[in-house]
Design a protein around this ligand. Structure first.
Ligand SMILES: [Zn+2]
Ligand SMILES: [Zn+2]
Ligand SMILES: [Zn+2]
Length: 759
């Protein structure tokens, strides 16, 4: 043999199983006339190749550049080997046993190849709503156990026909080892039912569904991660009816369109947003509304944005192909309960909302809501990280023990860690009802099984009454570590940015249980992963009625006003004093002064709510954070004016709310427009906290700043603080891999627990 005939062994870790990686390697090796073999291993794939040196080099560079879209290569090693003179290149069957990778691909949208077959009348899968291949389709939501083989998925009941089986066995086919492979002869089917489960006769249930949508009916449609409730977004009556039936007063509905052309009829798309919309994950992206558009005003009232996604299953494409501008596609649930995933449950729970049901007979094992993303300050920000992204792990800086972190009370996710990977679950929801609690337990058991993780440590919040805390305390034989909510927020952002040295952490948030039993949320913390110290916070005010003060921001307004003006506040000329009955305000004042059910809070989220109510935006909210969000939407962008501010030195700096509240009231009196007040308020928070950070930097010698907490979903604040802090030459770190809201807490709890265990 020639001198440059060499042999190499490649080990690749990451998501490389069940994503068409081995056939890709097989075809690539043949293209470059290389011999050898490829096999699955416990952590990924190993490749043995022999051939001309330059061909091996081309093979390697193609491997890195052109791998299948679902593959995620986390680690690669190359080793020279003695030449063995293989006769050909082959795919070696897994020797099963422990040769199974636990990295599972997420569910992703139908690929372009499948899409063109879907609309090709000559293709055998023409208009087949479950068309898929190794590059696309469901994964995570149909897996019940590992390894990822058909018998361990909800496709186990469908026996492949001869044609499908031939594709499945052919390494040169796009469907080689595609576990959900199917066709109309052998795979799942859709059917259209009325709301009591009676069949609706038609030659084409999808066409019939489209015509019902066109007439204004609400249809429950079974998708990949659960049921959606669909309605024509341009039909105001239908949208209003859906709001009423779903008990969802004002929270924006997500919409879905066929393509960018349709979206451009109602929203602006920036180039980075276009990439996100088109990505294989197909998240809901928040897009700025066009002023004049055809969609119902009720789709997202009092909001400058629409939550928009492109079709992502073949079924969506087939429905939207009937010419809709946009369909509302909102989670199939009642208010805050988990979304329905199986047919019977859907008829039971959604029968009073949907007029018709377009169902299918492929089971969904795990629900996974649509992911929601917003582009802010040049980065992708998750509002919800779920379908399309889960279970891709966050890769950590160093190895950690096997830990289960139970997450927060609201927007709950759980996190399981193993070595250098942290798996954050899909959105579970607010742990306030039985249905969500059982989903929480199901996800934990399911994830432990499919990720092959047996936690030795369990981490949870400090709050004694949370369901997640009680769950953690019930577990035996594991070490329990409780982590303060805002400590976890900052640690979560540190973990995704691979920081492990001490930082200044700004945790701007709604609610989190503090170490003193008060409700924190406007905090500057000095954080090293294992522990934290409070360096500054908003000064405490009462939260009259506790949770009721979150639903009724006017209560917070009264609290801030009473705190700033005492009994004098009765004489102010403010809308809320006219709109709320005097006797109700008196009750609140009494609760505050007598300390009845009025915990103390330093929450910045509550200050936003309070200011919103003081300037007359709204007194009550129908979803968490609504008042603060509308305050943000109102702000006019071109103003640098600010209010006076002040902090007091104490063992921690106490930022006073009185000067800000007094400034706002004074502007109200002077008839300044609320959009101007909102903007001044935002700029005040930016200026105040960036200056306070300078003081803290001087005292502690720390230059790295980490921003986390639900209030950073406010893009004016996030952009403003990043800019102000960078101008002061701080190194600023923010979230772009996990949500800044409580959906990211579980990751923080896990890394704090790992750091404590290490000590
Ligand atoms: Zn495909
Ligand atoms: Zn078939
Ligand atoms: Zn929080």
């Amino acid at each position: 043999m020639k001198e440059n005939y060499i042999s190499k062994k490649l080990k690749i870790n990451g998501i490389v199983q069940g994503v068409g990686f081995r056939p890709f390697v097989y075809n690539l090796a043949n293209k470059f006339r290389l011999k050898g073999e490829v096999a699955n291993t416990s952590s990924g794939v190993s490749i043995h190749i022999e051939g001309a040196k330059e061909n091996i080099e081309s093979f390697c560079s193609n491997l890195l550049k052109n791998h299948p879209p679902l593959a995620h290569l986390s680690e690669i090693s190359f080793n020279e080997k003695p030449v063995e003179y293989f006769k050909n290149f082959s795919i070696v069957n897994s020797r099963s046993g422990n040769l199974r990778s636990t990295l599972i691909s997420p569910d992703v949208s139908v690929c372009d190849d499948c899409l063109s077959e879907l609309f090709d009348p000559d293709d055998r899968r023409y208009q087949y709503p479950f068309i898929n291949c190794t590059n696309c389709g469901p994964r995570y939501t149909i897996i019940n156990d590992i390894p990822y083989d058909r018998p361990n998925t909800s496709m186990k009941d469908f026996k492949m026909c001869a044609k499908c089986k031939a594709e499945y066995d052919d390494p040169s086919s796009r469907r080689f080892h595609a576990q959900p492979n199917a066709c109309a002869d052998c795979g799942p089917h859709v059917s259209l039912k009325n709301n009591i489960g009676k069949n609706i006769q038609s030659n084409n249930p999808i066409e019939k569904t489209a015509s019902l949508l066109r007439k204004g009916y609400i249809i429950a449609i079974k998708g990949i991660g659960g049921f959606h409730l669909a309605a024509d977004a341009t039909n105001n009556d239908a949208v209003v009816r859906l709001r009423k039936r779903k008990h969802r007063e004002e929270k924006p509905f997500a919409v879905m369109s066929y393509g960018l052309k349709q979206i451009r009829e109602y929203a602006f798309i920036e180039s980075e947003e276009e990439k996100l919309l088109n990505s294989i994950q197909k998240p809901v992206v928040l897009l700025r509304k066009k002023e004049a558009n055809l969609l119902s005003r009720e789709v997202s009232p009092n909001n400058r944005y629409f939550g928009v996604m492109l079709a992502y299953t073949p079924l969506h494409y087939l429905i939207l192909d009937f010419g809709f501008t946009a369909l509302i596609m909102t989670s199939g649930n009642i208010s805050e309960e988990p979304m329905a995933i199986d047919n019977e449950d859907a008829f039971n729970r959604l029968g009073n909302i949907a007029d018709y049901f377009l169902i299918h007979n492929r089971d969904i094992y795990l629900r996974s809501d649509d992911s929601i993303i917003r582009r802010t300050a040049g980065k992708t920000r998750f509002i919800r990280r779920s379908r399309g992204y889960v279970p891709v792990p966050v890769f950590l800086k160093s190895s950690v023990p096997q830990i289960l972190a139970c997450g927060a009370e609201l927007k709950n996710t759980v996190c399981l860690t193993k070595e250098k990977t942290a798996f954050i679950s899909q959105h579970i929801g607010d742990l306030e009802n039985l249905a969500t609690d059982s989903f929480f337990r199901l996800i934990i058991d399911h994830s432990k099984r499919i990720l092959d993780i047996n936690p030795e440590i369990i981490a949870c919040d400090l709050h004694p009454d949370y369901l997640s805390t009680r769950y953690a305390e019930e577990q035996h034989g594991v070490k329990l570590i409780q982590v303060q909510h805002h400590h976890a927020h900052i640690a979560s952002c540190m973990a995704e940015n691979k920081l492990d040295s001490t930082v200044i952490g700004l945790s701007f948030d709604g609610n989190g249980y503090g170490t003193d039993g008060c409700i924190w949320g406007g905090e500057i913390l000095i954080v090293e992963p294992a522990r934290f110290r409070r360096a500054a916070s908003l000064s405490y005010v009462s939260m009259p009625g506790s949770a009721a003060a979150i639903k009724e921001p006017w209560r917070m307004a009264v609290s801030y006003l009473y705190h700033a003006f005492g009994e004098e506040f009765w004489n102010l000329d403010l809308p809320l004093l006219k709109e709320i009955e005097e006797k109700n305000i008196k009750i609140i004042v009494e609760m505050i002064s007598k300390k009845i059910n009025s915990p103390l809070t330093s929450s910045l989220g509550r200050l936003f709510d309070g200011i919103a109510a003081i300037i007359g935006i709204r007194n009550n909210v129908s979803f968490e954070g609504q008042a603060a969000m509308e305050l943000e939407m109102l702000a006019d962008s071109n103003s640098d004016d600010i209010y006076n501010y002040e902090w007091l030195p104490d063992d921690t700096y106490k930022v006073l709310t009185q000067p800000i509240v007094c400034g706002v009231v004074k502007d109200m009196k002077a008839g300044i427009h609320s959009s101007r007040i909102s903007s001044k308020f935002h700029m005040t928070i930016v200026k105040l906290f960036s200056e306070l950070c300078e003081v803290i930097r001087k005292e502690n010698g720390l230059n790295r700043i980490v921003l986390s907490g639900g209030v950073f979903q406010n893009s004016i604040l996030l952009r403003g603080l990043i800019k102000a802090l960078e101008e002061k030459r701080f190194e600023v770190y923010t979230h772009s891999k996990v949500p800044t809201n409580d959906g990211g807490i579980s990751l923080g709890q896990a890394v704090v627990a790992a750091a404590i265990a290490k000590r």
